[in-house]
Design a protein around this ligand. Sequence first.
Ligand SMILES: *Cc1c(COP(=O)(O)O)cnc(C)c1O
Length: 468
Amino acid sequence: MELIKAKTIFEPFKIKMVEPLHQLTLKERQVALQRAKYNLFSLPAESVTFDLLTDSGTSAMSANQWSAMMKADESYAGAQSYYHFERTIQRLTGLKHVIPTHQGRSAEYLLMKAALKPGQFVLGNTHFDTTRANIESAGAKAIDLPCKENEDSSSLDPFKGNIDLVALEHFLQSHPQEVAFVVMTVTNNSVGGQPVSLQNMKAAAHLCRTYKVPLFIDCARFAENCYFIKLREGGQTHRTIRDIAQELFSYGTGAMMSAKKDAFGNIGGFLAVQDDGLAEEIRRLMVITEGFPTYGGLAGRDLEALAVGLEEVLDESYLAYRIRSVEYFGRALEEMGYITVRPWGGHAVYIDAAKTLPHLPVLQYPGQSLSVALYEHIGVRSVEVGTVMLGQRDPITGKELPAPKELVRLAMPRRVYTQSHVDYILEMAGYLKSDLRDVPGYQITKQPRFLRHFTCEFEPIKLKKPSQ
Ligand SMILES: *Cc1c(COP(=O)(O)O)cnc(C)c1O
């Protein structure tokens, strides 16, 4: 509790191995941007100084994880490392069948392939982009039902990741045969890393049982979510994170995880289900794409690293540091005049780019524009979470429809950057702030059909009147 009172946040670990940061000049970054066609996913990592593109697979592993990797069992079938992984996840989730996968989206792919028919609906608090793509490529429809509080980016509601229970019940009632299942994503990544309350999860589970629809938990950041529950939900402060997590998982009939997030893995994921028939179908399918069911596309050492990581992440001094350092970053940006999504989420600060760059129309992608400016001037790589990533087309006219929000996500890799790194970024963001009114909008010059944000190409739209 000492940690909560002190103003200085210290990293609750010491550093044993270091890596140099790449430092470039402004000119070098401008050349890199042109080569990458202004898509930050196309930048070589060596052109980036602070890589806040994602918290996925970018964690620093602990000495305990590395030592478990050395002892891993690399047997093809029935490796001890698999049983360690299985036991850890069974104990955490209470679910019977544990299926390793090479990352989160392969768990999604297997689930959609095994449990979804064309034309069905999958409802959720907000589907993550790969979840949506897997649902849609199975010919089904992904429906987002985020709670109302989350429309207002300045609202301080403690659980803006919740599902809208009224809308959920209404949809279940009006489509009794067509809803395949519900997916609750914790924390709710696409709306700003916002948590879901235990109460909301419990009520959603109750509706799912009433309408006989399975409930899957997309649990990439379950520990961050559970720490928010402990801090913010009435009657939860005395409980351990494990205890809260066990209750959270008890409401699901299955769970899928990108273990590249809260399991501190550089790769990996899993699908855990209660139903024997579903598990059998998934294991039958996975041999074609992932490998034998006791390794699922992972090495024994990956399974060990994840099993140890899933225990480490329950440590409260780590979670306190994690959540407080994101808050420190968000508060300082807000004080400089960047409009951020409040309250600050678990793994990232999200800047509301439409409000921070009010001179740009939505279809000139203000989020893209801000993320390019942050790279050009600070060497920070962020990611647009707006119309480029989540926009859709009108099914009749084919016209581009804007996403509900234009956000830029600055994700914090776990245990990687220190407070002085954050202080440097903040200082530079302060200098950049006054020049933002001159940054250009963008147009897309080339794009693929699915998940366009990863590979599309952009061009800046020349401003009509030169600003100086
Ligand atoms: C990252 C993520 C995924 C996809 O996982 P990958 O490991 O990147 O394939 C799915 N859902 C959520 C909520 C995520 O954050």
